[in-house]
Design a protein around this ligand. Structure first.
Ligand SMILES: Nc1ncnc2c1ncn2[C@@H]1O[C@H](COP(=O)(O)OP(=O)(O)OP(=O)(O)O)[C@@H](O)[C@H]1O
Length: 257
């Protein structure tokens, strides 16, 4: 067995007296897609923020295997190291595109900025690579100088994808990347994401309340309820044959919908 890329043990977070999540452990290997599902308030976003070290846990730890092979405790990283990871080795695709994009910067600039973070300096190359990536996410090249404010919701999400993937991260966090979009737009976006994730061999932690998204994108899934993981396993197994009554309810309510 190879060492996991990301490994969490006993992650627990309280907001005052309210539980965010409790005692969550997981391993994520390179190229693996893990979906975290559960109803609203079950702790999915809290867990994602802890894994991405945006939030400090009350207990537990997260280790990450750096590119040089060393295992690092994420909460022991300095702020500069953490920011560097976020800009280079990781991506974070957010539900709200205004939080994941620089809304006042052109589409090309949004993508180019990430390239500069990994050392690109030549303007012509940066613009060409940015243009290539806009094409890959189906944004017309003549929109390269428009800002995301002039984009539709679906286009903004595709731009977030380009911005995050252009620097070839190894790990991408996704927080409900398709919710809030029209069903037909969601389907296209999911297709695009699925293709890129497999082509680039990305490791992904995706939070979603939509089991169809989990089915389409993930290899493994975890079901959360009231801050705790109540079931986990291979996605097809959990969805086709859920063990826990709560997971059965989740799955059947989708089928009924
Ligand atoms: N900043 C905060 N301050 C206080 N309580 C919080 C905060 N963020 C989350 N919580 C609480 O922690 C619990 C888990 O919330 P979390 O946002 O992680 O759930 P979720 O599964 O992501 O929900 P949703 O699908 O609605 O985003 C909830 O009870 C929530 O009210």
């Amino acid at each position: 067995m190879t060492t996991p890329l990301l490994s969490a043990r006993g992650l627990t977070k309280f907001y005052g007296a309210r539980l965010g999540c409790a005692d969550v452990s997981l391993d994520l290997h390179e190229g693996e897609v893990l979906a975290v599902v559960g109803e609203s308030g079950s702790g999915k976003s809290t867990l994602l923020s802890l894994l991405a070290s945006e939030l400090e846990p009350d207990a537990g730890r997260v280790d990450y295997r750096m590119r040089d092979g060393t295992l690092r405790d994420l909460f022991a990283l300095g702020e500069a190291e953490r920011r560097l990871l976020l800009r280079t080795d990781w991506g974070f695709i957010r539900q709200d595109a205004t939080q994941g994009l620089r809304m006042g910067v052109s589409a090309g600039g949004n993508v180019g900025e990430r390239l500069m973070a990994v050392g690109a300096r030549h303007y012509g190359n940066i613009r060409r690579t940015s243009g290539d990536w806009l094409g890959r996410v189906e944004i017309e090249l003549d929109r390269i100088d428009d800002t995301p404010r002039q984009f539709s919701g679906g286009m903004r999400q595709r731009l977030q994808i380009a911005r995050n993937l252009v620097s070839r991260p190894r790990l991408v966090f996704m927080d409900e990347p398709t919710s809030g979009l029209d069903v037909s737009v969601q389907a296209r976006l999911l297709d695009l994401l699925r293709g890129l994730v497999s082509e680039l061999g990305l490791a992904v932690v995706i939070v979603t309340h939509d089991l169809a998204v989990a089915r389409l994108l993930s290899h493994r899934m975890m079901v959360m309820r009231q801050g705790r993981v109540i079931e986990s396993g291979l996605t097809d197994q959990v969805l086709d044959d859920p063990r826990e009554p709560y997971s059965q309810l989740l799955v059947s309510s989708v089928i009924a919908a």
